[in-house]
Design a protein around this ligand. Sequence first.
Ligand code: CO
Length: 219
Amino acid sequence: MSEDDTDDNPRKLQGLFANNRRWAERIRTSDPDFFAKLAAQQSPEYLWIGCSDSRVPANQIVDLLPGEIFVHRNVANMVVHTDFNCLTVLQYAVDVLKVKHVIVVGHYGCGGVRAAYESADNGLIDNWLRNIKDVLQIHRTRIHALEDESARINLLCELNVVTQVANVCHTTIVQNAWQRGQELTVHGWVYSLEDGMLTDMDCSVDSLEQIPEVYRVVP
Ligand code: CO
């Protein structure tokens, strides 16, 4: 073994490669054709738009294998109309993979949402989080009616998810899919770090008729 291959060489991260070998072996043991089948095709039914937080990993939370869920994550699970990264993922998922469900997943105690709630200078990220400040401004009476600060932030986490669901629905991508008769439902969920449970915000949208006229891009 060369010096490069020792476990603590920061240029090699051997521990992660060892994990990877064990993981691939475990999958191959339970299904010898697993990787061959996946390499040939992916056909996920779901697109997950979630927070980058390391405690909110898409596949594990809904107990799905590789190949079953298409994933986009960013700070505070935002869908911003000028973010070509998110829009590209959405377009590929809807137009090419033809996912049946787009799920925006926020989480209670989100650091991004907390940073938007607080007034502080965090640098560049404040420009990204400005979008959540809009949500706070629109719903400020309801949010400030709550005494407890963490309850306020958790409500803002929920309202942010509902807003991002609307943003998904207002894209040309989703509206055009509905217009051509494609089956597609957009959902909003919030995940609890404390007990690992998901809550449905009951804001699902599956047709053009549910979109306010001002946001419609197709007749
Ligand atoms: Co977060």
